[in-house]
Design a protein around this ligand. Structure first.
Ligand code: GDP
Length: 479
């Protein structure tokens, strides 16, 4: 195994003994058949005036690699946008998703049963829109943390009788962190107490400004319950999608993400996949997350068996060895053997990774990460007991600059540190700073599990000092 002197002799058209002599003069003793280390090979190459280039074996099990592939412009076709609905609890997310789903049921499907598979599609004037059926920014960010950036457009629902609430602000910041365009659906305008202008006014504070006020954000006033203006909302989605020029290549082996997955008693592992590029077909050998198989059946959101699924189409598949997780990536392979090999390799690595869990951004390793150039800015989430402290902390932190690196505030709000904060911190590599507030029990558990760094303080000066010290690499280790 490995490369020995005989191999090298052949490459350079030299006598093996000559190479052995050269190595001896360099202080390396080697015999003809002994495998050489990379360093020694480099040394010999340099002796012969050759730049050694490393032959990189493509790691087929590295699914992320398939997503980095450049797709030629001419192969790309317009694809449907993928939309996530977010907003504060009770502002009407579920009602909106249900109404939109019903508008999609055409006459010939009227009697047909729609199936909840985690995503569905709506036809609008010959165009298609894909909606993710799990509302909320936490599902959105959890997916993102797992590598799946599937959402193209975020709809943030704000009830006109209630206005901007804590989870509205969370949703805005989660969408902004993902760099996804936001459409505001001002809901419940049928209510006598509805005040859409107040919603607009309140949102300006978070940088969301309506077009008619000179801003960039689209607002649509709707009533999800009364089915008012939903067609206008759909049109706006198509408009934003058009500006984004969402395209994909339908003519290649499919890649994409897992929207939902479960183990079914009768069917075994089922997973809803959303195709990103290519066309998924029944019979395709596939690697999904850390599992693999062959696509046995495909069912769409209208509960129909289908044979192919193109870009931005959600389908529920069977035929996997095991259930993957929401947010996992999938890649179709050319044959079953390589799919199996890659799947098994991934399962093994996942186990290993769990053992030596991955490095997260913490105050203690901040300097190291900055030095290694892994971080361009220090992401933080600020939670405090009163608005004044939130603002004071944000202002002070934004002033910090250590060798060109600044603090970037991903989210700031009044209140206890909650699970949403931890999820967002995990997805955006942020440190959570609590000022006179504590994490909830669930947030603490999630932070422990995901190794998110939460720091609590009672004095603003201490926050500033500790972040600055950590950025300079002078933080005393914590015991
Ligand atoms: P979610 O928690 O954001 O998913 O909110 P839901 O969709 O469950 O809605 C919460 C409540 O608001 C329910 O009682 C809905 O019937 C009601 N609701 C939703 N949309 C509207 C609307 O446009 N007008 C009125 N009057 N009520 C609505």
């Amino acid at each position: 195994e490995g490369i020995n002197i005989q191999d090298i002799a052949k490459v350079f058209h030299r006598d093996a003994t000559e190479i052995i002599k050269k190595l001896m003069m360099l202080g390396v003793m080697a015999n003809q058949n002994q495998a050489l280390s990379k360093d020694v090979i480099e040394l010999i190459a340099m002796e012969y005036g050759v730049e050694p280039i490393e032959k990189v074996e493509v790691d087929k099990s590295d699914l992320e690699l398939y997503f980095e592939e450049e797709i030629p412009e001419e192969a790309k076709k317009i694809r449907p946008p993928v939309v996530t609905i977010m907003g504060h609890v009770d502002h009407g997310k579920t009602t909106l998703l249900d109404q939109l789903r019903h508008t999609s049921v055409t006459a010939d499907e009227a009697g047909g049963i729609t199936q909840h598979i985690g995503a569905y599609q709506v036809e609008v004037d010959g165009n298609t829109v894909t909606f993710l059926d799990t509302p909320g920014h936490e599902a959105f960010t959890t997916m993102r943390a797992r590598g799946a950036d599937v959402t193209d457009i975020a709809i943030i629902v704000v009830a006109a009788d209630d206005g901007v609430m804590p989870q509205t602000v969370e949703a805005i910041n989660h969408a902004k962190a993902a760099d996804v365009p936001i459409i505001i659906a001002v809901n419940k305008i049928d209510k006598p107490t509805a005040n859409p202008d107040r919603v607009k006014q309140e949102l300006t504070e978070y940088g969301i400004i309506p077009e008619d006020w000179g801003g960039e954000n689209i607002f649509v006033e709707i009533s999800a319950k009364m089915n008012l203006n939903l067609d206008e909302l759909l049109e706006m989605i198509l408009l934003v999608a058009e500006v984004q020029e969402l395209k994909a290549d339908p003519n290649r082996m499919a890649i994409g993400s897992v929207i939902e997955a479960r183990l079914d008693k009768s069917q075994g592992a089922t997973a809803t996949l959303l195709v990103k590029e290519g066309t998924l077909k029944v019979g395709d050998p596939i690697v999904v997350g850390n599992t693999y198989g062959r696509v046995r059946t495909m069912t769409n959101d209208k509960n129909r068996r289908i044979k192919t699924a193109g870009p931005a189409t959600p389908v529920e598949i069977t035929g996997l060895n095991d259930a993957p997780q929401a947010g996992d990536l999938f890649v179709v392979f050319e044959d079953e053997k390589s799919a199996r090999a890659a799947g098994e390799e991934r399962a093994m690595r996942a186990q290993e990774a769990q053992r030596n869990s991955t490095k997260k951004v913490t105050l203690d390793n901040l300097f190291e990460s900055l030095q290694e150039g892994e971080l361009k800015s220090v992401n933080v989430i600020i939670k405090a007991d009163v608005q004044g402290s939130v603002e004071a902390l944000a202002a002070s932190l934004q002033k910090i600059e250590v060798e060109g690196v600044k603090v970037n505030i991903v989210h700031k709000a009044v209140g206890a540190i909650n699970e949403s904060d931890v999820t967002l911190a995990n997805a955006s590599g942020a440190i959570v700073i609590g000022f006179n507030v504590r994490p909830t029990v669930q947030a603490r558990q999630l932070a422990d599990q995901e190794e998110v760094d939460i720091r609590s303080y009672r004095v603003i000066y201490n926050v500033i000092e500790e972040i600055e010290t950590a950025m300079k690499g002078m933080l005393d280790p914590e015991f």
